[in-house]
Design a protein around this ligand. Structure first.
Ligand SMILES: *Cc1c(COP(=O)(O)O)cnc(C)c1O
Length: 394
């Protein structure tokens, strides 16, 4: 691979190095704000059959396996499309047609997995904890005890719709003890929350380019036991989403089966290098945690309340209740904040109006302080004076 072409500026968290021009910071859980060098890596065209590009694909796979310490038993398969394509590919490829899943739901992404199984005509049951409560290991244990025919447990690592960090280690222990297989949607956590296969021996884990590794959208990746990849032959209903087939082809040819998102792939390798330079998963977690702490402290000082208690707050994204003030209107709030240089995310709760602020992406504490200031100023011009939620929701 011509490494010369990828000698790009070093990552820096000082203001101004992440943006080209004056586009707002994305306080969203992917697509997110990327480093300038990640964007710059896309200024070259690549032939997907070329050895230089194959070397990039191989290096990405190797680095991702290393990130979960899976070198001995695991491999990585890259899959075109958004994260959902990779989740669907994993559910279809790893759960055999006569298998049965237990889906742990506490928000939109758990619901999406169940809906996907519906499309795939795989048998499943659910544990549905509503909007913001975690599925607890004891509950999973009891359900598995009563349902010996369940072969796979599908868990969402960080449920991005509320920001809750689910107790994956406890769930994994129970699944292992009960002799079932764990499939993890770690889309919004992998790369920022430590996962070691010695500790959490998952069957398969799915994430994508545009979350905590801080690449741009275009593909997802599946980390899976080699045994599971072998056993997946013939399970998938779909040619393009067949992980076994993609794996065999990548191993045999070094190529993707169908056209890869070449620019996204090259940008992702640069993002992985920046991830390593920052100190890997630990370094990234430290920055995101600091981002979250500055945000939550600042917002609470203004009078806002978080949906979740501190125990469940992830360093990925935080949900705040909308102010109980007749002058508050989300679309105006959104636009006022955007004018000040930040894009936030609407809420997804059924219990109360809310909005979300992401802590991931090429952002640091200065950006987070800026968001808090923008929220304060926006509320001021809107005439909002009461920042707390309506009585009774919290
Ligand atoms: C982002 C995300 C996905 C995938 O979403 P896409 O829009 O398809 O990329 C799946 N699960 C979780 C938990 C996510 O945060």
């Amino acid at each position: 691979m011509s490494s010369q072409a990828l000698q790009l500026p070093q990552y820096s968290t000082s203001e101004g190095t992440h943006r080209v021009g004056e586009e707002p910071y994305l306080l969203t859980p992917g697509p997110l704000t990327t480093a300038v060098s990640t964007k710059a890596a896309m200024l070259k065209d690549w032939g997907s059959w070329d050895d230089d590009f194959k070397a990039i694909t191989a290096e990405i796979r190797k680095r991702l396996v290393a990130m979960c310490s899976g070198e001995s038993d695991y491999d990585c398969v890259l899959m075109q499309g958004s994260g959902t394509f990779s989740v669907e590919a994993a559910l279809a490829s790893f759960i055999p047609k006569d298998g049965k899943a237990l889906v742990l739901m506490n928000g939109a992404y758990g619901q999406r997995s169940a809906k996907t199984l519906e499309y795939l005509k795989r048998d499943y049951i659910t544990l549905d904890k509503g909007d913001y409560l975690p599925p607890m290991p004891e509950e999973v244990d009891a359900i598995l005890g009563e349902n010996p025919d369940v072969t796979h447990v599908v868990a969402i690592h960080c449920e991005t719709s509320s920001g809750i960090l689910n107790p994956l280690k406890g769930i994994s222990d129970v699944v292992q003890r009960q002799g079932r297989k764990l499939i993890v949607d770690s889309m919004s956590a992998f790369g920022a929350i430590e996962i070691d296969v010695a500790d959490i021996p998952f069957e398969a884990l799915v994430s994508s380019a545009n979350k905590c590794i801080e690449g741009v959208p275009g593909f997802g990746f599946i980390l899976a036991r080699k045994e599971a990849l072998l056993a997946a032959k013939g399970n998938s209903h779909s040619l393009s989403l067949d992980i076994h087939d993609q794996w065999i082809y990548m191993n045999n040819t070094g190529q993707w089966r169908f056209t890869p998102p070449t620019h996204t792939v090259v940008a992702f390798l640069e993002a992985l290098r920046l991830h390593e330079a920052e100190g890997g998963v630990k370094g990234r977690l430290a920055r995101y945690t600091a981002n979250r702490d500055v945000l939550v402290r600042g917002m609470r000082a203004l009078g806002f309340e978080t949906l979740l208690d501190d125990e469940w707050l992830s360093p990925i994204i935080t949900t705040f209740f909308s102010p109980n003030d007749s002058k508050f209107e989300f679309s105006r709030f959104y636009n006022e904040i955007k004018q000040r240089g930040f894009i936030i995310y609407p809420g997804k709760l059924t219990v109360a109006d809310s909005f979300r602020v992401g802590c991931i992406g090429a952002l640091d504490q200065h950006v987070m302080s800026g968001v808090v200031q923008a929220v304060k100023d926006s509320c001021e011009v809107m005439g909002v004076t009461n920042f707390g939620p309506p009585d009774g929701v919290k």
